[in-house]
Design a protein around this ligand. Structure first.
Ligand code: HEC
Ligand code: HEC
Ligand code: HEC
Ligand code: HEC
Ligand code: HEC
Ligand code: HEC
Length: 495
């Protein structure tokens, strides 16, 4: 720039005031942050969908802001030069290194720019890690993720980060996950989201990349001992427990006998199926390919379609363990647990039935529900000394398992790992799925093939252990029926 020139130079307007310069630093930092974030994400082992928000929304946002500042600087400059065209030098940013003031300002500006770039780098790095944290997923995105977050905190995986199960890796997952992240941000900001969020989650990472990173499928589990304690919906809240030995077994001869529930996971076995509904609750066709290559197709009598017209799914962990981190307890189970633990006093008449009844009313918001629960129980147990604790516990159950704002509770999310309240195992193991010649049905279709009922009932009855397995004694009559969920829905069973 020649200062003795009488007319202002055409180029370099941007550099002629501090605002424009600041804009340039901002824009440059944004470009820097963009490249930095992009590289970090590119080299990371797992693609993070929320990085898309930073890389493609926030960084370009700052870039645009920088450009606006530059524009503004240049506009101010132009106005001033029009006002005093005579002496453009008066307003031009005129850096004269021989002047101490200019030197100081330049050094100051340079230092500020470097610090700013540094902060951008640190900030981007920290934000990057923040978007991978459970805090970000569960708390920052508060409303839509609240149900899953609350259930997660109560789950065996409460110490596993959300991204370990949810965030995909690989080049193909990359772009779609970016779009998905930005889309989710948009939906959250506009409140325009699915309520409840639909399952099965379509872009969930395959079990091999998630579950099997921590649980090796060949592991021999053997028998798992479980007791399910229930209280009936009668005046005395009669206790009824089932003590099962679940034959989980294993899928690899190297580590134990192959068989049991985890037989499906035998590396050589392949089970594929067709679901006729979106939630995969109705399975009319199953194909099993054994270790020896023998293929058997099973179908229910009403399925006459050509399987080639449908999409097949290969069974993996999630077909049984579909709620490993977000199990919304059914009101029956939640209330049974509270009574068993003594948090709800079993001596209150009809307490099981009344608590479940007040939990399942159609409420619009959590606040409305908590108020209404209090009012109902106050009326029902006016004089009981346990009233306050009963109200508190019932409200706590509600807040843990019901999310009316997101329409999320046990009704929205079936649990496939059993067969009582949802079809679960009986989607295939109901004795109705027959091979083409009609001679075979899927194995493990009697009451003692997946578990042995060691004991059942209450008190002294529970001590009558039968290692060969009792016949299931259903309250007042034996029941060997494969449609438990026709009556059991998680709230009151239908008679
Ligand atoms: C142990 C693995 C695991 C962890 C950890 C995990 N999830 Fe999930 N999540 C799943 C599975 C499996 C599904 C759904 C399965 C299906 O398709 O039915 C799911 C489903 C969801 C859904 C869809 C709605 C629903 O309830 O099915 C949301 C939202 C969700 N998870 C959010 C989160 C958040 C937020 C975190 C962390 C606080 C988290 N998840 C941690 C495994 C996990
Ligand atoms: C980051 C490691 C990790 C990942 C990923 C993971 N799990 Fe787990 N899982 C664990 C740990 C640790 C436990 C034991 C928790 C305990 O004992 O309380 C566990 C426990 C379990 C249990 C037993 C639950 C119970 O009630 O005792 C099941 C079933 C299970 N995981 C299934 C899954 C499935 C299905 C997935 C994939 C969607 C998965 N896990 C992903 C670490 C993991
Ligand atoms: C056919 C259904 C089914 C499939 C498929 C399945 N599981 Fe299981 N699994 C069960 C059942 C049933 C139990 C015992 C009850 C429970 O914990 O829910 C169990 C138990 C477990 C346990 C707890 C074991 C213990 O010591 O308490 C873990 C961990 C587990 N499964 C992991 C997995 C993983 C990982 C996969 C995929 C490689 C898988 N399961 C596939 C049904 C299945
Ligand atoms: C998608 C269909 C499907 C679902 C759902 C399913 N299974 Fe299976 N299961 C099969 C098929 C197919 C076989 C092989 C049967 C055959 O060819 O006789 C099998 C075999 C078994 C076996 C016998 C293993 C052996 O030693 O021969 C057990 C036990 C079993 N399943 C338990 C379960 C349990 C428990 C659940 C629910 C948590 C479940 N299955 C869910 C399809 C399914
Ligand atoms: C295909 C395997 C399979 C078959 C066949 C099967 N069950 Fe089960 N059953 C399970 C599994 C798995 C669980 C554990 C569910 C859980 O932990 O959520 C279970 C749980 C139960 C429970 C305890 C549930 C509770 O909440 O109290 C009872 C009772 C029961 N089964 C009875 C039966 C009866 C009766 C039959 C025969 C009609 C039968 N089962 C057949 C796999 C099976
Ligand atoms: C015809 C309807 C019907 C069918 C089918 C049915 N139940 Fe029940 N079941 C009931 C009723 C009614 C009760 C009593 C509930 C109460 O008073 O709280 C009950 C109680 C129970 C209980 C103890 C209390 C509770 O709430 O859990 C268990 C466990 C149970 N049933 C398991 C099963 C299993 C497993 C199957 C399938 C093999 C099954 N039931 C099939 C109607 C049915």
């Amino acid at each position: 720039m020649r200062l003795d020139d009488p007319s202002p130079p055409r180029r370099g307007r941007v550099l002629r005031n501090w605002l424009g310069l600041a804009g340039m630093v901002l824009a440059a930092s944004a470009v820097f942050a963009f490249l930095f974030l992009w590289a970090m994400d590119f080299f990371a082992s797992q693609a993070n969908p929320y990085m898309g928000i930073l890389t493609y929304v926030v960084a370009p946002g700052f870039f645009t802001l920088g450009l606006l500042l530059i524009g503004l600087g240049s506009w101010i400059d132009r106005r001033q030069s029009r006002k005093s065209a005579a002496d453009w030098r008066a307003h031009v940013l005129h850096i004269d290194l021989s002047r101490q003031r200019d030197r100081r300002m330049l050094v100051g500006f340079g230092m500020a720019a470097v610090v700013f770039l540094l902060i951008t780098a640190i900030g981007s790095n920290n934000t990057y890690h923040y978007t991978e944290s459970t805090q970000f997923c569960g708390v920052a995105c508060h409303e839509p993720m609240k149900p899953e977050y609350v259930a997660y905190l109560d789950s065996p995986h409460a110490r596993v980060a959300c991204v370990d199960c949810h965030v995909g890796s690989g080049a193909s997952a990359y772009v779609s996950s970016k779009i998905n992240g930005v889309h989710q941000l948009y939906c959250t900001l506009t409140g325009n989201m699915q309520r409840p969020i639909k399952t099965p989650v379509k872009n969930l990472r395959p079990a091999q990349e998630t579950c099997e990173q921590c649980h090796w499928p060949q592991k021999y589990v053997g028998n798992v001992d479980r007791t399910y304690t229930h209280f009936l919906a009668d005046e005395t809240n009669t206790a009824f427990s089932v003590h099962l030995s679940l034959k989980v077994g294993g899928g690899s001869p190297t580590y134990g006998q192959v068989g049991g529930v985890h037989w499906h996971m035998n590396l050589g076995n392949k089970v594929e199926y067709i679901a006729s509904d979106e939630r995969r609750q109705v399975i009319p066709w199953v194909r099993f390919t054994g270790t020896n290559g023998v293929v058997t197709e099973y179908r229910t009598p009403d399925f006459k379609d050509d399987p080639a017209k449908h999409t097949l799914r290969t069974m993996d962990c999630i077909d049984c363990h579909n709620r490993p981190a977000h199990r919304f307890l059914a009101p029956n189970d939640a209330t049974d647990r509270a009574i068993e633990a003594g948090r709800i006093d079993r001596s209150l008449p009809w307490v099981k039935s009344n608590v479940v009844a007040t939990l399942i009313q159609p409420y619009r918001t959590e606040a409305e529900a908590l108020k209404s629960i209090e009012k109902t129980l106050n009326a029902q147990y006016k004089n009981a000394p346990q009233l306050a604790s009963l109200v508190k516990e019932t409200q706590a159950i509600y807040s843990r398992s019901f999310f009316p704002e997101m329409k999320a509770d046990w009704r929205a999310y079936p649990d496939n790992s059993g067969h009582k309240d949802w079809p679960g195992c009986f989607r295939c193991h109901d004795g109705q799925h027959k091979s083409a010649d009609g001679k075979r049905s899927i194995a493990a279709s009697n009451c003692n093939s997946c578990h042995t009922i060691l004991a059942q009932g209450a008190g002294a009855e529970l001590e009558k252990v039968n290692l060969n397995g009792h016949t299931f004694f259903h309250i007042d009559a034996p029941n060997e029926d494969f449609s438990c969920n026709n009556c059991h829905t998680g709230a009151f069973p239908k008679e």
